[in-house]
Design a protein around this ligand. Structure first.
Ligand code: ADP
Ligand code: ADP
Length: 234
């Protein structure tokens, strides 16, 4: 569950707020899409909900951001591990590459946490299955299509069982087929009860994929509602 109330944020070097008086809620099984042009504040909002803004950026924040009832202002980033997962535009920000197979890549986070072998194997197999990656599990990430690479990045986050996932333009570097794979995975997250915040600059597919849409412009929410309500005006 994500709850944001009266939230404003200015970067240390910013002359004006990157976000101003933002408010919205996203519950379990819901996908909220955030759309808007370049500089609207989308990536900043992704950082706010995943805890990196302002913890890593510094700057001045006001208002309330809660994830699963925890106030992020009082929660160190380490406290969000296993609660909030972040997926970025470039899957190789997340996956380490050629040293590992797809399966080892997904297992990596659990291995670091010291999860017992049997449990690790079961959790990895479930994620491979849920994301349709079972048939490529022994390949190198470099041998996958762009869409599959992004699924792998999603899988390496999903295996940590976060209750909230933030995806920052996960399809921006993908062709139509790759984007379709990612949107299918978003449907899987929704079914599994994950609370999802999807940053997108394109409107296509959102009508079917999203429960709520927020339109950001100049750091403020200029429209908010169901895809039908919001996208009809675009
Ligand atoms: P979007 O993702 O919609 O393109 P951003 O969240 O990246 O928008 O940016 C919102 C505003 O904040 C822009 O004016 C941008 O220049 C500014 N901004 C983003 N990151 C930083 C930063 N690290 N330092 C200072 N200003 C930033
Ligand atoms: P996007 O538009 O995809 O959100 P940007 O090109 O705005 O990405 O930002 C790329 C990186 O540069 C981000 O890490 C962002 O925080 C940083 N950044 C953006 N605008 C500024 C700014 N005005 N000052 C400092 N860093 C910035």
């Amino acid at each position: 569950m994500i709850e944001v109330k009266g939230f404003s944020f200015t970067y240390p070097t910013g002359s004006r707020p990157a976000l101003h008086d933002i408010g919205f809620e996203v519950g379990p099984h819901e996908l909220c899409a955030v759309v808007g042009g370049s500089g609207a504040g989308k990536s900043t909002l992704a950082g706010v909900v995943s805890g990196t803004v302002p913890h890593l950026t510094g700057g001045c924040a006001e208002g309330l951001v809660q994830v699963n009832g925890r106030d992020l202002a009082d929660t160190p980033l380490s406290g969000l591990v296993g609660q909030v997962g972040l997926v970025m535009q470039n899957p190789f920000n997340q996956i380490s590459g050629a040293r590992f197979s797809v399966r080892e890549e997904i297992a990596f986070g659990l291995e670091n946490m010291g999860v017992p072998r049997d449990e690790m194997a079961a959790r990895v197999d479930t994620v491979l299955h849920d994301l349709g990656l079972t048939k490529v599990r022994d390949r190198s990430p470099y041998e996958l299509s762009g869409g599959q690479q992004q699924l792998l990045a999603i899988g390496s986050v999903l295996v940590m069982r976060p209750t909230v996932m933030v995806l920052d333009e996960p399809t921006s570097q993908l062709d139509a087929a790759g984007s379709a794979l990612v949107f299918e995975a978003l449907g899987t997250l929704r079914e599994q009860g994950v609370t999802t915040l999807l940053i997108e600059h394109r409107m296509e597919r959102l009508a079917r994929a999203a429960d709520h849409v927020l339109v950001l412009d100049g750091g403020t929410i200029v429209a908010k509602g169901s895809p039908g309500e919001v996208l009809a005006d675009e």
